[in-house]
Write a protein that binds this ligand. Structure first.
Ligand SMILES: NC(=O)c1ccc[n+]([C@@H]2O[C@H](COP(=O)([O-])OP(=O)(O)OC[C@H]3O[C@@H](n4cnc5c(N)ncnc54)[C@H](O)[C@@H]3O)[C@@H](O)[C@H]2O)c1
Length: 265
């Protein structure tokens, strides 16, 4: 069983949800390894947390890079108890307009990165440990102009279930979280489109967007003994937004362009 304090790897841990998760796990006594594409930020975050925290550069889409960083972390800290994959990108665009390169980049980081995170976990997480994959509300609720992201996150949900079955004999639990709209650097662009965040909030029964800490709390639970009977599950975490509908990004951008056109005229 996963017990705290433990050795935890937070991939994509230099920013947003990953950084909030790294802070929460360190605060409860875990030794945290922060791995991120932005290696300098990972090192700086690790220094901020102090103690035995370490920072590492990793490219989640690259098997060699993932293997090397997991080996380094194991050598430095010992057997890993929890892996949390928070790395993600989003490249919006309608299917007609989305480039193949943007489709592939999104699938690569969000889905292949999750696959390699689980694959490395099979090698380096001790029996009784756990894995948490950050999927999304968009893994189960479609959004116009979000085909790549929605498809990748839906894939993460199925990956979670398959991994849970495969790792259960070693009592390694694999679960996912499905955050709705959370204010992080990833979503800062949405704030530039008038009305977009407001439309999300209007379609959220609890009437607010999320914070990275909202998500970190649930990841903390899933990696703790309190969740020892949970595997292959996904927790919706979105203020109830999954009961309603996702904002139409393209309509909002069109409104913005029309408003700008009217101003220019
Ligand atoms: N913010 C939201 O509204 C929201 C909602 C649902 C799901 N999510 C998911 O939560 C996770 C964290 O997102 P966030 O909002 O904290 O974003 P963020 O941009 O703040 O953090 C993502 C981190 O992942 C790292 N990263 C990106 N590509 C990488 C790669 N190829 N290899 C290694 N690291 C890489 C980035 O450097 C960054 O530090 C993502 O999987 C995202 O899809 C976010």
């Amino acid at each position: 069983m996963s017990t705290s304090p433990d050795i935890a790897v937070v991939i994509g841990g230099a920013s947003g949800i990953g950084w909030a998760t790294a802070q929460l796990m360190a605060a409860r006594g875990d030794t945290v390894a922060i791995a991120d594409l932005d290696g300098d930020a990972a090192t700086a975050r690790a220094a901020e947390l102090g103690g035995r925290t370490s920072g590492h550069r990793v490219q989640v889409t690259d098997e060699h890079s993932m293997r090397t960083v997991f080996d380094t972390i194991t050598e430095r800290h010992g057997a890993i108890g929890a892996v949390v994959d928070c790395a993600g990108i989003s490249r919006p665009g309608t299917i007609a307009d989305l480039s193949l390169a943007d489709w592939k980049a999104t699938i690569d980081v969000c889905l292949t990165g999750a696959f390699l995170s689980v694959k490395e976990a099979t090698r380096t997480v001790r029996d009784g440990g756990s894995v948490v994959l950050v999927a999304s509300l968009n893994g189960r609720q479609p959004g116009v102009a979000m085909s790549a992201y929605c498809s990748a996150k839906a894939g993460v949900l199925m990956l979670t279930e398959v991994a849970a079955m495969e790792l259960a004999p070693r009592r390694i639990r694999v679960n996912a979280v499905n955050p709705g709209f959370v204010h992080t650097p990833l979503t800062s662009g949405a704030g530039l489109v008038p009305g977009l965040v407001e439309e999300y909030v209007e379609n959220t029964p609890l009437g607010r967007a999320g914070t990275p800490e909202d998500v970190a709390q649930t990841i903390g639970f899933l990696t703790s003994d309190a969740a020892s009977w949970m595997t292959g599950s996904a927790i919706d975490l979105n203020g109830g937004a999954h009961t309603m509908r996702y904002p139409n990004i393209i309509e909002r951008i069109a409104d913005m362009s029309a408003a700008n056109g009217a101003t220019d005229a």
